[in-house]
Design a protein around this ligand. Sequence first.
Ligand SMILES: [Zn+2]
Length: 284
Amino acid sequence: MTEDRAGARAEIGVIGGSGLYALLDDVVEVPVDTPYGAPSDSVFLGEVAGRRVAFLPRHGRAHAIPPHRINYRANLWALHALGVRQVLGPCAVGGLRPEYGPGTLLVPDQFVDRTAARAQTFYDGEPLPDGSVPGVVHAPMADPYCPAGRAAVLGAARGAGWEPVDGGTLVVIEGPRFSTRAESRWFTANGWSTVGMTGHPEAVLARELALCYTSLNLVTDLDAGVESGAGVTHAEVLEVFGRNVDRLRTVLFEALAALPTVRACPCRQALDGFAPGLPGVPGE
Ligand SMILES: [Zn+2]
């Protein structure tokens, strides 16, 4: 723990763009190091509706880290180390159905992992710097997202007049390229809903730390197989995300206020039955 981090605590984490906390007063920048290396950036602590919130720009503040190079383990570890027990993870996605056009907010209840080369577990048999070796852990993942977090986000979106899609399957691809039409059509044919590049392994690593994790999918484009156009472009993604960042922030802040102060969801018991786990996990 660095001196800068002494006393720096938060209860809720938000992994998303810097636009989400840019308007907050009294944001404190806290550098955090972890046994897995440096997170994407400093963690930015602020207060929303009386809740202590840690914001972490997933791609770094300069948006320079591509999805497949993000140090997901360091990001989740840093939040946990600051006391975070509930995480909201907004991300830009492609819609896999015509009705999920740009501007759709979907709160998935499932994901499919199509990534290929990411460190996706804290329990890989390697000793930590403190010499301890975590045991073998097979985190339960049948329902990867926190039910209380999903309810808070869905309620916040409805309250803001942004009718969300309740449930669906997020396909996470390795990137950084977008999907081919064939891949995209295959995803749609399987009944999946959205496609993105960052949802995995965030949810898995959160579960391995017994954290609550809720994914928010902001649709920025229809994926390549859904319409007969040129497919998605990066400029298109940025334009739609920029247009929606204000109301996404509104929904996030309302959801932060609505998250339970005492967890009664199953997430905190995710590691029950496994021992020894990681030091400090699951925490209070
Ligand atoms: Zn939970």
